[in-house]
Every structure is written in C-alpha cells, then in structure tokens.
Design a protein around this ligand. Structure first.
Ligand code: MTE
Ligand code: MO
Length: 468
C-alpha cells in the first residue's frame, strides 16, 4: 500500500459530494466510497456525515463496523494514503465515547462490546419467572447516556411542537402502575438463522429475552392529560437521550391506538423488578411496550411526539422490519415492508443446551424452556419431540400470574420429561409453541430467512449426548 498515491487532507476534504466524488480516510488510507454510499446498510445519510473526512471517530461509536469483512470491503475501495503526520492529526482528538459505560455482571455473555450487547446463559434464564436485573439481556445501539435525576426532563409534543415538559417529580404525580411482562429483542435467536446464510448483526443465542415487573405511569394517562385526540393522529413516537455522532437520538414509534388503550398497559417505567431502573436499562425513565419487540421500548426517554407519521428514526425505517426471504442487500427497499410491532409465537429449549451431556433418570431426560407470543396472546401449549416429530410430548406449563384475556404479556416457562432409548448416544430435541390464536412456529429457518435476521421463531432444535 506504500506505493499508492499520497493525498493531502485538503484534497480529501474537497471530495464530499456525489458530483466531486465521496472520499473518506481511515487511519492512513484514502478511500473512494462514491459507489458504496447508496448501499450502506445504515442508510446514505449516516455515511455522508463522514464525506471528505475521517471515519475513525464514527467507528468508535459504531464499533461493530470494526470487523475483518468490513475492513476488506473498505480496502477494495482504497485509492491512496495520507501522510503519517496527517493521520496523527486526524486521530489527535479521539476519545472513547463508551469509556463511561456502566460495569456489568460477569454472568452476562458479551456479544458485542461497543455498543454493549449481552445475554445470560439459557439455563440461568429459565431458573426464575422474574429475570434478575443483572442477568437481564442488554441491547444498546449507542453509548449509554449519563443522566442525573435532578436534570431529567421529558418533552411532550404534538407534530413536533412542544406542549409540555415534565421533570421526574411531575411525571411521578400520575398514578403509579405496575405491569408484569416479557421483553424480547426482534433479533433473539439470530445465530440459528445465521446457519442458513451468514447474517450481519448481533449473533444472539436464545437469551435476548427477559421477564420483569415494570413500574411507572401509564402512557395513556399522560396523553389524555395532554388532551390528545386519538382520531386525529396515527402514531406515538419516542426518542432516547442516547445520540449518534450527528446528534440524532435512538427512536421508535407505536400505533396511537395501542398508546392510548388503557388495556394495552404501555408504561413510562422508572422501576424494574421494584428497583429504580439501572443505567443500562434506561435510567431514569424508559417506555415499556408489552407484546411488541424490544426495539419500541425506548430507553432514556427524552421525548414523546404524537404524530400522523411513524418515527423517522433509522431503527423504525431501515431496521426492525421483516423483509422477504429472497431480498438481498443489493435490492432491498425498506419502504416496502412495515415496521415490526407485535412479535410472533416463540419458544426455546434452555436446559439442556445444544451439545450438552445429559443424565438419564428412569429412562427419561428432563428438558426446560420458555415460550412467549406477542400481542398479549397466551401460550396454550408447548410440544416437544425427540424422534423428529413422530411422537410429540406435551410440556407442563408453569403457573403464571397474568391471566387476563388478551393481556398475557409474560412468558410461560415449561418443562417436560422425554423417554429416551437407552441404547442411543445422541438425541435431537425439537420444541414448538402454540399461542391463543393457534399460531404455531414454522418448522425451519429456510423459508423465513431475512437479511436483517429478525423474527427468528422456527422450531428450536438441539442435539444432546446421553450419559450412559
Ligand atoms: N432505547 C434506546 N434509547 N437505545 C437503544 O439502543 N435498544 C432497543 C430498546 N430500546 C435501545 C432502546 C432494543 S433493540 C431492545 S431489544 C431493548 O431496548 C433492550 O432493552 P434492555 O437493554 O433494557 O434489555
Ligand atoms: Mo432489539
């Protein structure tokens, strides 16, 4: 690479538009990314922020870009170098925006460090109906913002115009409510879908899910007090205090019908399992939306905006959508697919885990897991087989708290004893759940594959070794 042409920072700076060509630097390299801009998975606007400049600081925020695949993609667009002095100058004012992230429990398995993404081990997950907060999965997209309670404000707006600003005390004046509910990431179990074809994104196992009590005030009470007329709008948008390098917050939205329905139990939560929210889970206030994917439960809530439109955030418009199986990164049109809200029926085997060695007791092995469906649908049944579906065993569903029709927000833990053939060394176990709309999980990932790796709800299949 030493034989390549050397450019000045001035020359790079001049290439900041489609007309003149779009150049960026990374370390000492100069790259012509003009043709790549439209294909950038994060959207052209994100990558255009770096046009004519150094992408190093962006990659400190979007640290997940720091992979061998992306480096070789970038190298293929290299046109030259900047001088060593210029590269030093580019780096001089870098600081790590993740330096102040909180300390996490060792039991969380880190899937990505910056931004922080981690999940508990599956056997630990099904030990308790309520997931202890230190073991609750964390999914951050940006550095964790540090907010002091005395400085916290929540802006309430209608079509972008601020109508009211609440501090923490003002928010607490609304009636205190608690809802018990499960939250699941839209990408839970992505690592299994990845086996069909490689997927970008956090390689979640089955642990991007947890169950907790969420205490705070009802969104419908706050919106009613604001005088919102449900029929005049379509969506309620949420922004977080976590900002990307251009100053854009994490954001998402839900339909106004859900936001204003007291029975939808949408909470502006300041407690989780009876304790103030921790920094990772959105201190001091997050919205919690039961029955929908985690992405809409915006943490570090800074603003609520009632609108005719959905959130324009990248995470509502260009991510967390269910795409068709044959769509590729070259032909994807995110406008054609609706944003995911309610999640489909899901289950997973948690104990034992794939490749575990299992003890046989009285000719049987014990299997434990969870099942859950979005939209408040209850789990009616979990079917488990260890002979490729010739025989299905009905699992015992553990008792749970919420039985209200259509408001079954919590997961169902289950267990079953499977009779096994003493002579076999290995068994394959499959699990599938049935929800109260009699929705069933699809048998395999082959036909639900999508390039975002979302809605990964095929039968869970594991292989275990039998101890003889
Ligand atoms: N809210 C903000 N402000 N920033 C985020 O990165 N991640 C979302 C959602 N809310 C996110 C957010 C996603 S994708 C999920 S799955 C959940 O938060 C995870 O919540 P948890 O980290 O409390 O488990
Ligand atoms: Mo998520």
């Amino acid at each position: 690479r030493k034989d390549m042409k050397t450019y000045t920072l001035e020359e790079v700076r001049n290439h900041d538009s489609e007309k003149k060509g779009i150049w960026v630097t990374f370390g000492q390299g100069v790259y012509d990314i003009t043709k790549f801009v439209d294909k950038h998975p994060g959207g052209p606007s994100k990558i255009m922020m770096a046009a004519g400049g150094s992408i190093d600081p962006f990659w400190m925020i979007f640290a997940n870009h720091n992979t061998p695949e992306i480096h070789s993609l970038l190298e293929s667009m290299r046109i030259g170098n900047i001088s060593e002095e210029d590269a030093k100058f580019n780096k001089s004012d870098l600081y790590d925006p993740y330096a102040n992230d909180p300390v996490r429990h060792k039991a969380l398995k880190v899937k990505r460090n910056k931004p922080f993404c981690a999940e508990p081990s599956p056997p630990l997950l099904v030990e308790s109906f309520f997931t202890p907060v230190p073991f609750f999965y964390v999914r951050n997209h940006l550095p964790v913002p540090e907010i002091e309670l005395k400085d916290y404000t929540l802006e309430l707006a209608i079509e972008g115009t601020t109508k009211k600003t609440l501090d923490f005390k003002a928010l607490q004046k609304y009636e205190k409510r608690t809802v018990t509910a499960t939250m699941m990431c839209g990408g839970n179990r992505r690592s299994e879908m990845s086996k069909v074809k490689h997927l970008e994104g956090v390689q979640w196992d089955v642990g991007a899910v947890g169950n907790a009590t969420w205490t705070g005030v009802r969104l419908c009470d706050v919106l009613k007090d604001l005088g919102v007329n449900e029929d005049a709008f379509n969506h309620v948008q949420f922004d977080g205090h976590d900002l990307d390098p251009s100053g854009m917050p994490y954001g998402g939205s839900i339909p106004i019908s859900k936001a204003m329905d007291p029975k939808a139990d949408v909470i502006l939560a300041y407690e989780m399992n009876g304790e103030p929210l921790t920094q990772d889970h959105g201190f001091p206030v997050r919205v919690f939306v039961p029955g929908v994917l985690g992405a809409r439960s915006v943490k570090w809530l800074s603003k609520i905006n009632v609108s005719k439109e959905e959130s324009q955030s990248q995470w509502q418009q260009g991510d967390y959508k269910g795409l068709p199986p044959s769509t590729t990164w070259d032909n994807v049109d995110f406008n054609k697919s609706p944003a995911i809200q309610e999640m489909p029926v899901m289950s997973a085997i948690c104990d034992p885990q794939d490749t575990d060695k299992v003890e046989i007791k009285n000719g049987k092995i014990k299997v434990k897991g969870y099942a859950w469906s979005g939209g408040g649908r209850k789990i009616f049944r979990v079917d488990v087989t260890n002979d490729n579906g010739k025989t299905w065993h009905t699992a015992d569903l553990m008792e749970d708290l919420q039985t209200n029709e259509g408001r079954h927000w919590s997961w169902t833990l289950w267990n079953v004893e499977l009779p096994v053939d003493n002579k076999s060394k290995e068994v394959e176990i499959w699990a599938k759940a049935v929800d109260s709309s009699y929705n069933v999980q699809p048998e395999s990932f082959n036909h639900i594959y999508n390039i975002r790796g979302l809605l990964c709800n095929a039968y869970h299949k594991i292989k275990v070794q039998l101890k003889q």
